[in-house]
Design a protein. Structure first.
Length: 167
């Protein structure tokens, strides 16, 4: 996905096969409404990736939240519901003139990680944290790929890895 060659779509021998069949995986996607145009492009990339790997429409749930700050709570709620194998988090934070951006970025990042660890469900990070709108656009289907698709692929890979490790 990323032309730089360091995204999840760059596979090495022994890595998850990109053609893995994810049929039957149940995936929730939590999408921020703030910075809506960017978030919609992230969602499009994530949905395309999931469907390309066999996740059926009926096994997808998209939940929209006001902004990125609200993503971790909803991700945790969905993960703990037992209805989803993975949760994909999508949002966009763009630096402004105040400390608000840094505080929100830190809390969203740690909140998503904490939700995944607490629930034991793969919750992947597709929240852009950029210096400007151009960087966000480049990472939401532009020349730097689509981080929504990368987060979706990470979700598929984590579900597969966790299934392999089950007794």
């Amino acid at each position: 996905m990323s032309p730089r060659g360091n995204s999840l779509s760059s596979q090495r021998p022994g890595d998850l096969d990109q053609s893995v069949d994810a049929t039957g995986m149940r995936v929730a996607l939590v999408v921020a409404r703030y910075n809506a145009a960017i978030c919609e492009r992230l969602l499009e990339g994530a949905l395309a990736c999931l469907q390309q790997h066999g996740v059926r429409q009926r096994d997808l749930q998209v939940v929209r939240v006001p902004g990125s700050f609200e993503i971790p709570l909803m991700a945790r709620k969905l993960a703990q519901s037992g209805s989803h194998d993975a949760v994909v988090c999508l949002g966009a934070l763009v630096r402004g003139d105040t400390l608000h951006y840094e505080i929100i970025a830190r809390e969203v990042s740690s909140g998503i990680a904490r939700a995944s660890l607490d629930s034991g469900v793969p919750i992947t990070f597709g929240v852009l944290i950029t210096e400007n709108h151009q960087q966000a656009e480049e990472r939401a289907g532009g020349k730097m790929g689509n981080r929504g698709a990368d987060a979706a692929l990470a979700a598929i890979e984590m579900v597969e890895l966790m299934r392999r490790l089950e007794p």
